[in-house]
Design a protein around this ligand. Structure first.
Ligand code: SF4
Ligand code: SF4
Length: 489
């Protein structure tokens, strides 16, 4: 281990750790552009300069300088502050001052660093350089060469993370620019990650650009509902409508990345028509009447099965299982949904909580299911046609009734995947906190409350979601499946 001091604070790090990373370990953030936690640094932006051992003539770039025993590092000395101001002034010489129309405004490190570390004025009186604008890098990504500060994060992302080179730097000096390679538009299914890591508004998502100013939006730190990988994301919404998913760093699951399919799946959750309130035989009914009808239909539970979606949270499944147990229903099954997986993040299970369902005792629908009298469908799930044959009754609980709605004797509302709150367990057995990005509005009860109330609302051990989460987590941890690695999200 190596010992050094940064701004007077002692820190001990592994050999090879850079000054920038050592400072981070102390909670000291050194400004940087070309460095990115998951792709390393290029040392080209020079904004991370620090003073080492009192050497004010030759400052070190902290993203490349390894820590040395006994080093005395200053991140805010007079020489550092002055040099940083110079770097910021230089970066802004040719950068267009078009923040008012730039999509990055509000979440732009160039804006933020200019404010915190810049000098506030410029000695530049010449005309700014003109470069290409609105360059279509693909059907998903737009490039503005004038805004680019040539940090090369985007090219290094493809090289280091995707092992490809669809874009690169062409020309030299002031004419340098990022350009498409000879194979034409970017086709990589993880290409939108370059928009997130671009520290300025040079790379924008063609889907999101010009849709909304970020300071007007509401954000929820949650988990991608797209597949069982459980990538951590931040969901952004405006006035009850989802506008984007972006990845949120989790070093154990997705680092700083997500797939484009998962990212664009936000569109699926802006539903215009949904089930509100309860229906009995297609007629509006109170929840009390609907619950009474379900109790009458289920009777002693023989010949009845529950088929749950694996997008339900563990809390919802736990409450559902508790009700089913009271109602005498022995068959607890979960559905499945698959899509094409890949060798990076995307998993074939296109639902987020299959592992959680299995740990709680739900089994896959058997290929040869026993003859059923009744079926209770909980959540959005594909129901095998064989299960529907010869049923006396169908209870359907779902945000959207879909094709099954006409066949349902009782219909109950439900939450979409982005309205849920609770726990999902990803394929690796990591329990993650899911937070709602949208509110469902009137006539929709949280699924866990619905199952609790259906069971007679006497679940004293979990009258609140928090209490239910505690009970549920204890059960997950006691399950025979993969040991649970609690990951906060
Ligand atoms: S486009 Fe963005 S990420 Fe790529 S080099 Fe320019 S500023 Fe950096
Ligand atoms: S890999 Fe799965 S969890 Fe991750 S972003 Fe894609 S769909 Fe979402």
């Amino acid at each position: 281990m190596i010992k050094l001091t940064i701004d007077g604070n002692e820190v001990e790090v592994e050999p090879g750790t850079t000054l920038l990373e050592a400072a981070r370990a102390l909670g000291t953030e050194i400004p940087h552009y070309c460095y990115h936690q998951d792709i390393g640094s290029d040392g080209n932006c020079r904004v991370c300069l620090v003073e080492v051992n009192g050497n004010t003539d030759k400052l070190a770039i902290s993203c490349q300088q390894p820590c040395g025993e006994g080093m005395d590092v200053q991140t805010e000395s007079e020489s550092v502050v002055k040099a940083r101001k110079g770097v910021m002034e230089f970066l802004l010489i040719n950068h267009p001052l078009d923040c008012t129309i730039c999509d990055q405004a509000g979440e732009c490190p160039l804006q933020d660093y200019s404010y915190h570390y810049g000098s506030g004025d410029s000695r530049f009186v010449e005309d700014k350089r003109n470069k290409r604008k609105k360059v279509e890098f693909s059907d998903k990504v737009m490039f503005d060469a004038e805004r680019c500060i040539l940090c090369t994060r985007c090219t290094r992302y493809f090289e280091t993370v995707r092992d490809s080179r669809p874009i690169g730097v062409e020309n030299m000096g002031g004419q340098s620019t990022i350009t498409l390679g000879p194979n034409g538009p970017i086709e990589d299914p993880y290409q939108l990650n370059i928009v997130d890591i671009c520290p300025v508004g040079a790379l924008t998502s063609r889907d999101f650009r010009f849709k909304q100013r970020v300071w007007f939006m509401d954000f929820a730190d949650t988990v991608c509902p797209g597949c069982s990988k459980g990538c951590n994301i931040t969901a952004g919404a405006y006035q009850g409508k989802l506008l984007r998913f972006v990845p949120r760093r989790n070093p154990d699951i997705n680092k700083s990345w997500m797939c484009d399919d998962g990212r664009m799946s936000y569109e699926n959750y802006n539903i215009s028509e949904r089930t509100r309130g309860a229906l009995i035989a297609g007629e509006e009914a109170s929840f009390e009447d609907a619950f009474a009808k379900i109790a009458e239909l289920v009777g002693g539970g023989d010949g009845v099965a529950v088929l749950a979606s694996t997008s339900n949270t563990c809390e919802e499944l736990h409450a559902l299982k508790a009700w089913a147990g009271k109602a005498g229903i022995a068959h607890l099954w979960h559905g499945s949904k698959s899509w094409e997986s890949d060798d990076f993040l995307k998993e074939s299970d296109a639902t987020p909580n299959t592992k959680g369902a299995q740990m709680l005792g739900f089994e896959p629908v058997p290929t040869e299911a026993p003859a059923l009298r009744g079926l209770v469908v909980a959540g959005e799930v594909e129901v095998p046609p064989a299960l529907l044959a010869n049923l006396d009754f169908l209870v359907l609980q779902s945000p959207v009734g879909g094709e099954l709605a006409p066949a349902a004797m009782v219909m109950l509302p439900g939450l979409t995947r982005v309205e849920k709150q609770g726990t999902w367990v990803n394929s690796a057995g990591m329990a993650q906190v899911v937070k709602p990005a949208l509110q469902p509005g009137s006539g929709v009860v949280d699924d866990w409350q619905l199952w609790r109330d259906l069971g007679g609302a006497d679940g004293a051990e979990w009258s609140t979601l928090k209490a239910l989460t505690r009970v549920c987590r204890a059960q997950l941890e006691g399950s025979a499946e993969t040991p649970l690695v609690a990951t906060e999200s």
